[in-house]
Design a protein around this ligand. Structure first.
Ligand code: MG
Length: 461
């Protein structure tokens, strides 16, 4: 199992893997599953701005209708807006048609449970089983679903998100923000939301663009040159860039410095644990130790999970966590909803800046700094398990002080840590290493790269 759904839904190139026939079939399997669970399931569909969104939405809707689900089309909206609508408006489930930050030729399907979180692995497996075993049950003609549109999802979301933060406090600060939506779904709500908060907004790529012609939709430093330049040029308080479906946000300080997602994650984690005098913070094992440092300092506890935002969200629910998120700019604020939400991230960062009365660079300078190093090693999928096992048997080399097998193999040493993790989607191992000395981080990564390459080559013969 797990052949279709990756860490964040199903993705593929349009009219190749991700074609109308496939979408019809997989959504019929999804519809069959929900029809068994609810007598009359009502499913919301939202899309990002990609050129293929109408084609795939039609196919997905047809599969759901054919299996007796009611479909409500909520249009082009950010993923967190779909998730909030599903949770609050009494939907049985939601489907987001998006490939997040992937290039424009890609598209994908993400299924949302009735509580607004991404579907658990167990349910995804059940849907895959229906799909592969061809157990789709079409309903009789008189039970075919109804199709409606709901046009107020964005306004509903906007009003509710504003009720979770201190609007007056933020308004008094009169923030100037450079907002880079990258032509993604964030355009539909973020500029308006920031204006509601009395911000001056300088917009970059804030018009929906299904081809992402302005910039690549992944908010990596190499894709954000215009934002980095613009922030100091217009004297803004900070800059922020969203990915294609606006669940992730990456910040740029007032000097035009790109801030790694770990830093904003640690900043928010610090704020919550400090205010609460402790509490639980959830993040994957790939996150920087700076998160752990600040949380422990204020009496909190960090739970480290396997990689994947649905896992982080569900662990947060199970442990009544204060806050959680990923190092890629995906932050989860449980007071609002249990999913990554870039709009909420922007609002919270502004709130923290306002409460602490500090600039973003000042706040970030208070977060401990570590250097992280990431490399990949090619490895055929079928030997990944054996390779990892043999790697485990060899770990006495270098004498780690602690071993964590949550996801791959994470080894802590006096000089830092290294994580060797098989990718869930590509025939590679990812190696992450971190230390307060950049040279040490690099050395650790290369040392383990060599080790794993040796094991891989043995297993290839
Ligand atoms: Mg995304």
């Amino acid at each position: 199992m797990g052949q279709l759904f990756g860490t964040n839904g199903i993705r593929g190139v349009v009219n190749q893997d991700m074609n109308a026939k496939f979408c019809l079939e997989i959504s019929s399997a999804i519809g069959t599953y929900f029809r068994k669970k609810f007598s009359s399931p009502k499913i919301a569909i939202g899309t990002d701005a990609r050129l293929s969104n109408s084609m795939l939405r039609s196919a997905v809707a047809a599969g759901l209708l054919a299996t007796g689900c009611k479909v409500v089309d909520i249009g082009i909206v950010p993923s967190p807006v779909v998730q909030y609508t599903v949770k609050k408006k009494d939907f049985s489930a939601g489907i987001i048609i998006t490939a997040s930050h992937n290039p424009p030729e890609f598209n994908g399907i993400k299924v949302i449970a009735e509580d607004g979180t991404e579907l658990s692995k167990e349910i995804e497996d059940k849907i895959e089983l229906i799909y592969f075993n061809k157990e789709i049950s079409l309903v009789d003609w008189q039970e075919v679903g109804t199709y409606n549109q709901y046009n107020d999802a964005i306004d509903f979301y906007r009003q509710n998100i504003l009720s979770t933060i201190d609007v007056e406090l933020i308004k008094r600060k009169k923030f100037h923000i450079v907002l880079d939506c990258g032509g993604g779904a964030g355009c539909t709500v973020t500029p308006k939301l920031l204006k509601d908060l009395g911000c001056e907004v300088t917009c970059l790529f804030c018009r929906l663009d299904g081809t992402f012609s302005g910039r690549n939709s992944e908010p990596l430093i190499k894709n954000l040159s215009e934002l980095l330049k613009k922030v100091p040029e217009v004297n803004a308080d900070f800059g922020v860039a969203q990915d294609g479906d606006a669940d992730r946000a990456i910040f740029v300080d007032e000097n035009g410095k790109y801030l790694l997602g770990d830093k904003t994650l640690a900043l928010a984690a610090k704020y919550f644990t400090k205010r609460n005098k402790g509490g639980i913070i959830v993040t994957p094992i790939t996150s920087s130790s700076c998160v752990n440092d600040v949380v422990i300092k204020y009496g909190g506890t960090v739970i480290q999970t396997a990689v994947g935002s649905p896992i982080v969200a569900r662990t947060m629910i199970d442990n009544n966590a204060l806050f959680g998120g990923e190092e890629n700019g995906g932050l989860i604020f449980p007071d609002f909803q249990y999913c990554r939400d870039s709009m909420m991230s922007i609002l919270k960062i502004m709130e923290i800046m306002a409460i602490e009365d500090k600039t973003l660079s000042e706040l970030i300078s208070e977060i401990p700094h570590y250097d992280m190093f990431k490399i990949k090693v090619a490895c055929p999928n079928d030997i990944k398990k054996t390779v990892l096992k043999q790697m485990e048997e060899n770990i006495e080399i270098g004498k780690p002080t602690r071993i964590d097998k949550t996801d791959g193999l994470k080894l802590y040493f006096r000089e830092g840590w290294v994580l060797v993790r098989p990718s869930g989607t590509e025939p590679i191992f990812r190696i992450y290493s971190e230390s307060d000395d950049p040279k040490q981080a690099e050395n650790l990564a290369f040392e383990f790269k060599e080790k794993i390459e040796e094991i891989i080559s043995k297993n290839r013969n």
